[in-house]
Design a protein around this ligand. Structure first.
Ligand code: TPP
Length: 517
């Protein structure tokens, strides 16, 4: 057995059995090993941002890392933006990055670069495996790091000679068992209970694993008993919502709207969330989205057992048996008619979302009001971009579809964002993934038009305005999708949108609807 096979066996033995790849010469032994060892699902992405984003989406759904295979420093660099998003979402990923043979690096060949340096900012752990004998143990360590609570990005660099040399005796290492998340202290529970019981308006700000059914239900009980509010951060790695679940709002993106929400929220009890911060600084506006005079208490951090923390808090407040507040009643809006507007898209989604859908939301400015209209749709998951680097949506949809083949994935894509990683469509077609992509075709970087004004630019000139336009030429999403093997349709009004979306939802495979706004 060579080092590459030793690593593949270690990955599969450690429960990492999906590999999103974009290989090159230095990874050829790893690629060859994929055929020697049964049990690894291998998925090719035609750009590394697709590969890393897919691994992020896979983790978000299963809480289990996939691996990537990336080609030296440049391949890793191409994947960094979506690794950044994955890191901000606390997704566990095992990146395997090929490297030149150890003795070749000194010659500064064209593809030589400082891979550890490239990896460091978007990884939680980086290691170069120096020998075929070491690779199994290094691979096991990478898996153990990636599957901690919360998940972490582990980047393992695999020199070509480490991959092709003969590995040690059995060549497989087992990762250290996953340790249970830390339990919160009694002091944290009593401080949170005291704040909620203080008589001042208080809100539970939930994040991470607290956004799944058990945590939400406990928060709903606490809210019912005490009258406190419940809110989530602006972007969630995965939120379980829909009819019968505790309904929660997100903090809005726009600072003034966020501040109004936070004024109403009052003091905060943080549960897997941090004190909220504005995406950007704007002249004369605060960075921290906390209303003046309000305080926060941390009940539990992202590395702690959030459900247990909420359970302890519910217990301290005598709320464990209180029926949860804010359960969303089943509700479907009527299908809209006329031209396609953001509000009409919201209603169409609310009317058509299938049960158990996974919504990957990269709708940017079009989707700001999607939540109220979809809150009463059948239970579904809602995924946001926590890193703010656009181009995450379709790759994450790939990973979610591979993680959950029995569920419909719906990717809501601003046309500007979708262009970053449109190669995703080819992978969806090749793997037959059950993803319906809805392109929100407003022909512009619409959000940035508002941002020009928000940062204080008055009367922008034609050059500035042109930098925010996707016209000259117009994008033809139906042609782009068909060119990559995905069937597609253009919708110019609500009737066509409903027909197109219904067609996508009815089939078992990829489909794209271009909604012209
Ligand atoms: C990697 C990266 N580059 C640039 C940006 C800045 N940016 C934020 S939103 C946006 C445009 C998004 O356009 P689109 O997806 O069409 O949504 P819309 O604004 O029209 O709603 C850009 C360029 C970013 N967030 N990330």
């Amino acid at each position: 057995m060579n080092g590459a096979e030793s690593l593949v066996r270690t990955l599969i033995g450690g429960g990492v059995n999906v590999c999103f790849t974009n290989p090159g010469t230095s990874e050829m032994h790893f690629v060859a090993a994929l055929d020697k060892v049964p049990g690894m699902r291998c998925v090719l992405g035609l750009f590394e941002g697709v590969v890393t984003g897919a691994a992020d989406g896979y983790y978000r759904m299963l809480g289990r890392p996939a691996s990537t295979l990336l080609h030296l420093g440049p391949g890793l660099a191409n994947g960094l933006a979506n690794l950044h998003n994955a890191k901000k979402a606390h997704s566990g990923i095992v990146n395997i990055v090929g490297e030149h043979a150890t003795y070749h690096i000194a010659h500064d060949a064209p593809l030589t670069s400082d891979i550890e340096g490239v990896a460091a900012p978007m990884s939680d752990w980086v290691k170069t495996s120096r020998t075929a004998n070491a690779i199994a143990a290094d691979g096991a360590e990478a898996i153990a790091v990636a599957r901690q609570t919360p998940g972490r990005v582990a980047t393992l660099i695999l020199p070509a000679d480490t991959a092709w040399d003969v590995a040690g005796a059995d060549g497989i290492a087992a990762p250290a068992p996953r340790s249970a998340p830390r339990k919160v202290s009694e002091a944290a529970v009593s401080a949170a209970a005291a704040l909620i019981g203080s008589g001042e308006r208080t809100t539970l700000l939930l994040g991470g694993g607290a956004l799944q059914q058990q945590g939400l239900e406990l928060a709903g009980r606490i809210a019912a008993k005490t009258g406190c509010g419940i809110l989530t951060e602006g972007a969630n790695a995965r939120l379980e919502r829909g009819a019968g679940r505790v309904e929660v709002d997100r903090i809005p993106y726009v600072v003034d709207k966020a501040l109004a929400v936070m004024r109403a929220a009052g003091n905060l009890v943080l549960v897997g969330a941090r004190e909220p911060v504005a995406f950007f600084a704007y002249p004369g506006k605060p960075s921290l989205l906390m209303a003046e005079g309000t305080r926060s208490v941390k009940l539990a951090g992202i590395d702690e057992d959030l459900d247990a923390a909420l359970e302890a808090l519910a217990d301290a407040l005598g709320a464990t048996a209180t029926p949860p507040a804010r359960l969303a009643a089943p509700r479907r809006p009527a299908l809209p008619t006329g031209p396609i507007t953001p509000a009409a898209i919201a209603a169409t989604l609310g009317a058509l979302l299938p049960e158990n859908a996974i919504v990957v939301d990269e709708s940017v400015s079009t989707g700001r009001e999607f939540f109220p209209e979809t809150a009463g749709a059948p239970p579904h998951d809602w995924i946001n971009n926590r890193g703010g680097s656009i181009g995450y949506g379709m790759p994450v949809a790939i990973g979610a579809a591979i993680a959950c083949p029995d569920r419909k994935v719906i990717a809501l894509e601003g046309d500007g964002s979708a262009m970053y990683t449109l190669q995703s469509l080819w992978t969806m077609a090749r793997e037959g993934l059950d993803v319906t992509v809805l392109i929100l075709a407003n022909g512009s970087y619409n959000i940035l038009r508002g941002e020009l004004a928000n940062v204080g630019v008055r009367n922008p000139g034609p050059r500035a305005v042109d930098m925010l336009s996707l016209r000259r030429p117009d994008l033809d999403w139906v042609a782009l999708a068909r060119g990559m093997g995905v069937e597609a349709v253009r919708a110019q009004d609500c009737a066509a949108l409903c027909k197109g979306l219904s067609a996508g939802l009815a089939r078992n495979g990829p489909y794209l609807v271009e909604a012209v706004l």
